[in-house]
Design a protein around this ligand. Structure first.
Ligand code: CA
Length: 297
């Protein structure tokens, strides 16, 4: 039985195929360990045939297994989870011709029973943090365009429309070894952590995402954000996970939502039959053992 901060966290996860793609290659899952650690994972797969779906599902399943079986320090476990996922996907891609070259992004947040938290990622799926009234990404995309922006060779605006905007510099399963970024984060009362695939951040600006995140509970927030991404075009699979600390959200330093965004939110709520999968886990999920709460296939 978990015993600690994870018992009072509220979380929700939602993945959707979008409005253009025929298959959903994103996966997501939530895990709760007997040691009282909660793990949320988003993976955005790529590869022909069923490769993308297999890669992303393998990533989240493998990470859950590592955390379940691991005994070490939470930060080390998180890194091990990514490395084991990389190895599992790489092995499968090497053995099954149809899956050759498959890979996936991965972004995860791990909260230990004492409230210490870490974010890890590979690729261009992102984590954002709403903390003390400010909203910002807390991961740096491992993508070609993001590196060009960091080096000053492209502007953000040029990156958004660049033909190579989907090219990743790092992904899980493509090489035998992978470099994982793992960083500890501070989460306090009222804070929100959001994980998402590029189907969300590619369709919506940060201001719109922040406005929804600050104003809705996780289970409503994921529906609203997926609905807005689809309304904005839905050109890619979209996956959103939200983890909320109890307490009122500090919105002091958030820019106001634009009138256009507010109007979109009022007009449109996604209908449940659209939704490939919804996973909402509140305090009631804090039961003994591991809870596999699903992945988006
Ligand atoms: Ca994607």
């Amino acid at each position: 039985m978990s015993d600690g901060i994870v018992d009072i966290l509220t979380t929700a996860s939602l993945t959707h195929v979008g409005r253009v793609r025929e298959a959903n290659q994103d996966s997501c899952a939530e895990f709760l360990s007997e040691r009282g650690m909660r793990l949320l994972v988003v993976a955005d797969g790529m590869g022909g045939h069923a490769g993308g779906e297999v890669a992303s599902k393998t990533a989240v399943d493998s990470m859950g297994e590592t955390l379940q079986n691991g005994v070490g320090d939470p930060e080390d476990l998180l890194r091990e989870a990514f490395e084991a996922a990389n190895a599992a996907i790489f092995k499968m891609a090497s053995e099954v011709p149809d899956l050759y070259g498959m890979g996936t992004t991965g972004v995860a947040v791990l909260v230990a029973s004492d409230g210490a938290a870490w974010v890890a990622h590979v690729g261009d799926s992102r984590a954002y943090l709403l903390h003390d009234g400010e909203f910002a990404p807390i991961t740096d995309d491992h993508s070609w365009v993001a590196e060009e922006v960091r080096q000053g060779r492209l502007t953000e605006e040029e990156a958004e429309v660049h033909p190579k905007r989907n090219a990743l510099l790092r992904s899980l399963g493509v090489d035998p070894d992978v470099q994982v970024d793992v960083n500890q984060i501070e989460i306090a009362a009222g804070d929100r952590v959001l994980l998402c695939s590029d189907g969300l951040w590619g369709e919506l600006d940060d201001q719109s995402i922040a406005g929804v995140l600050a104003s809705e509970e996780p289970k409503d927030c994921v529906y609203t954000l997926v609905g807005l991404a689809n309304e904005s075009g839905g050109r890619d699979n979209v996956t959103v996970q939200v983890l909320a600390m109890p307490g009122a959200v500090n919105t002091m330093r958030l820019p106001p939502l634009t009138a256009e965004a507010l109007e979109r939110m009022r007009r449109r709520r996604p209908r449940s039959r659209w939704l490939a999968l919804v996973l909402a886990a509140g305090a009631a999920a804090a039961t003994a053992g591991w809870l596999w709460l699903g992945s988006g296939t």
